[in-house]
Design a protein around this ligand. Structure first.
Ligand code: HMG
Ligand code: MG
Length: 310
């Protein structure tokens, strides 16, 4: 059950190791109609850590009415025994969310902005400028407390209401978010419309604007089947942190036409075949996604899970 049976060959210009940010418990579960009991979520997180993940985005401290699937954030963190060397980032939109996260000793947070006004209104009930004003004290206080802060930026390539998003617009919002003091930039292709040339053009523009590529993570949804191609293009341009979701679950309830994230198993199949280290065990991930599919009552969207599950 591995790429070893079919051969592994390096490709020039790629990193030796990639950090996977596993977003299954957050992005994966936030859009599911089935709300899992907190013990099942805790087992999911434990299985991901057991598979070798060192970054597991666990939940969101958002308004429970906005994302009822993650309303149990406090209970979930209480049910997890943190493992040595593993980070458990959570989404935090505002100071209320930060207070909730700090009360539980969270060390990694992510704020989440939008390149477009329509999605900012729908997802955060704010304009783009107002959302940056909302994030400023969150990032300031979090950094002062020594937390790592990711700046997610959604709709980096296209928006279901506004269409193509021009590169300068993305660079403008991204650099403003990084100027708040964020430690990482997560480029969100929320509705999965990017293609590799567009990814490279954006990375070039961001690095030219002074964002070090080592601080950029990519977060591709797989709506049009482009997530793996886009990931390879990003790796060839110096990115080493890639978001993926167990089994390919995911989507944003406030983004029309968003479907699942790049599946962790599909990513692992590619990275293993290229001889790139991740520390994550493909067999354990497939077992986890098969287990989770039973809990959710629907099959995993990942092609690799389907191929290896039998
Ligand atoms: P709002 O209604 O404007 O909030 O929502 P408000 O500031 O006016 O406050 C209203 C009430 O909510 C107040 O209570 C606050 O205390 C409470 P009241 O005084 O009326 O009793 N409240 C909260 N309660 C708990 N936790 C909080 C919180 N904040 C306020 N954090 C808000 C604004 C940002 C809260 C809302 O829009 C929200 O929660 N949005 C979250 C949407 C979301 O989670 N979307 C999915 C994640 S983003 C995503 O998936 C994209 C990503 O994957 C990248 C990609 O793919 O592109 C990251
Ligand atoms: Mg997402």
């Amino acid at each position: 059950m591995s790429t070893a049976s079919y051969g592994r060959t390096h490709l020039a210009g790629l990193p030796e190791a990639v950090t996977i940010c596993e977003v299954g418990p957050r992005d994966g579960l936030q859009n599911e109609s089935t709300v899992l009991p907190v013990e099942v979520k805790a087992e999911f997180v434990a299985r991901l850590v057991d598979a070798g993940h060192t970054v597991v985005e666990t939940t969101s401290f958002v308004h429970p009415k906005w994302v009822p699937q993650l309303a149990d954030a406090e209970a979930l963190l209480g049910a997890i025994t943190p493992a040595e060397g593993v980070r458990y980032p959570v989404l935090v939109p505002n100071e209320r969310g930060l207070d909730r996260a700090l009360d539980l000793g969270v060390r990694d947070i992510a704020v989440f902005g939008s390149t477009t006004e329509t999605f900012a209104e729908r997802n955060l009930n704010r304009t783009v400028d107002e959302s940056l004003e909302m994030f400023a004290p969150v990032v300031g206080r979090a950094r002062e407390a020594g937390l790592a802060v990711r700046a997610y930026l959604s709709m980096c390539f296209g928006d279901p209401w506004e269409g193509e998003v021009p590169v300068p617009r993305v660079v403008d919002v991204a650099t403003r978010m990084m100027a708040l003091g964020c430690t990482e930039l997560g480029l969100g292709d929320t509705i999965g419309v990017a293609t590799p040339g567009r990814v490279v053009a954006l990375l070039d523009a961001l690095t030219a604007a002074g964002v070090p590529v080592g601080r950029i993570a990519v977060h591709f949804h797989d709506t049009y089947g482009q997530a793996l191609a886009n990931t390879l293009a990003a790796l060839q341009h110096g990115v080493t942190t890639v978001d993926a979701s167990a089994g390919g679950l995911g989507g944003c309830p406030y983004a029309g036409s968003a479907t699942g994230n790049l599946a962790t198993e599909d990513l692992l199949w590619q990275l293993e075949g290229l001889g790139i280290r991740t520390g994550v065990d493909l067999r354990k991930m497939v077992e986890t996604s098969v287990w989770l599919a039973k809990e959710l009552g629907r099959p995993s969207p990942s092609r690799t899970v389907a191929a290896l599950a039998g």
